[in-house]
Design a protein around this ligand. Structure first.
Ligand code: ATP
Ligand code: MG
Length: 425
């Protein structure tokens, strides 16, 4: 093996993965389009402050997972660990607040986190996501949840369990955080090192800790839902009734708080039903989202509400694979050309051009190799026809079509009729 390999935790997408990746991408594009969302693609690197200002220094992605580097000009850049902050940066930079609100955007691309690589956890991970910016209403939350749910459903993952919660707004969270501290204080020494630190800085995150998730102190923590303001509670109730109207099943899960500082009110996660989720342990969550009304202000913009989600593509593919979901096969090769002799190669090139212009997929042959060798290649490609073009065919503007998938006889057609002949069978 060569001594150079892909970086640890990062992998290549190979031709054999194409069908399933294309299925996920095409489904995302199609369903996002049906919901009126437009594609946005932001750079893979950003000014590191886009993330440090928004996710919070105590968040995993900023405190221990972000790839940060200095570029040659001395600026501090980060490989993006997530999509939302970048999309909001673009929303501000391009004055999208002056467009009709809300602005509905979706993305599909790689993110980078210095995570500990294991099944379902990588350092380059792909996410698809959507953001609905400029609408504070519960309807926007319900819409993005339904969009995420519909993409899963179209990918054969309609058994994923949606768990939702409300973490209120910053003001209403304060009272809860004090209650939570009181509850956790006597158990402090049972908590992990990280959680002990968070007890001071941001105790809400203890609820989100994977290490401590099974501790009685965490499981029996008071519910944030009992501390919501009347407005927060009403917002959450409306999200729930809209989900019910949309036929999107959910469970209320008061311990879901999400890992980033910018969330407010509605938060949610999609997980496999618990029996198979157990195997993946901490890697079970396939997608997550939340309302982030404070984020754009953290980026220096005016108060602007927003809500959105991110779905992990590798974990989506893992779940599809476990359920035996078959992606539609990608376009097969229709014709493999087999150029022979002196004049065959140029004539085969023109034939391939004409066939492609007619929408047929053509695999070019290898001039200079024998008929036998080229036929072997044509067969291996799965092409429906081999199109043999030698000097004689070139001189007469014809081609010999040989069916490869059945034992039909080879036949001759004029170059101009070749596309129709291939289509006819
Ligand atoms: P986790 O708790 O598993 O670390 P997270 O809360 O950090 O996830 P989010 O920031 O909500 O994840 O990202 C949304 C989705 O992206 C996750 O639900 C998951 O499917 C996927 N994801 C996150 N981190 C990774 C990773 N390191 N490798 C693969 N997928 C990931
Ligand atoms: Mg994480």
């Amino acid at each position: 093996m060569a001594d150079l390999q892909a970086p640890r935790g990062m992998s290549d997408l190979l031709p054999e993965d194409e069908a399933s990746w294309r299925f996920v991408r095409d489904t995302t594009e199609r369903v996002a389009g049906l919901f009126g969302y437009s594609l946005i693609a932001t750079p893979i690197v950003e000014d590191a402050r886009v993330f440090s200002r928004t996710s919070g220094d105590e968040s995993d992605i900023v405190s221990k997972e972000m790839y940060v580097f200095e570029d040659r000009g001395g600026g501090e850049l980060a490989l993006r660990p997530e999509g939302t902050a970048s999309v909001c940066r673009a929303y501000l930079e391009h004055g999208m607040a002056s467009r009709p609100q809300p602005v509905r955007l979706y993305y599909f691309g790689p993110m980078f986190r210095y995570d500990r690589p294991q099944a379902g956890r990588y350092r380059q991970l792909w996410q698809l996501g959507a953001e609905c910016i400029g609408d504070p209403s519960p309807a926007a939350d319900a819409e993005v949840i339904e969009l995420q749910h519909t993409i899963f459903r179209e990918l054969g993952l309609d058994d994923l369990v949606l768990r939702i919660n409300s973490i209120g707004t910053a003001g209403t969270r304060r009272a809860y955080v004090e209650r939570l501290r009181e509850h956790l204080r006597p158990h402090l020494d049972t908590l992990s090192h990280d959680s002990q630190r968070r007890f001071e800085t941001n105790p809400l995150r203890i609820l989100d800790s994977k290490e401590d998730a099974s501790l009685p102190a965490v499981r029996e923590a008071p519910s944030i839902l009992d501390h919501l303001s009347a407005e927060d509670a009403e917002h959450f109730a409306t999200v729930r009734s809209l989900l019910e109207a949309a036929g999107v099943a959910y469970e209320v899960a008061p311990r879901i708080v999400r890992g980033l500082d910018y969330y407010a009110r509605t938060v949610w996660e999609f997980e496999p039903p618990s029996e198979d989720g157990a195997e993946l342990g901490g890697q079970a969550t396939v997608g997550a989202g939340g309302r982030y009304d404070g984020l754009i202000e953290l980026l220096g913009g005016p108060p602007t509400p927003g809500t959105g989600f991110a779905t992990g593509i590798e974990r989506t593919l893992l779940n599809m694979h476990e359920r035996g979901v078959e992606a539609p096969s990608t376009d097969a090769i229709d014709v493999a050309t087999i150029p022979l002799g002196e004049d065959g190669p140029a004539a085969a090139l023109r034939l391939a051009q004409a066939l492609r212009a007619a929408g047929l997929a053509v695999r070019a042959g290898a001039p200079g190799r024998s008929l036998r060798a080229q036929l072997r290649g044509a067969n291996a490609s799965g092409a429906r026809y081999a199109a043999i073009v030698g000097d004689d065919e070139a001189a007469r503007s014809v081609v010999q079509l040989k069916p490869l998938l059945d034992d039909g006889d080879q036949f001759e057609v004029a170059v101009g009729d070749a596309a129709a002949a291939v289509r006819a069978r």
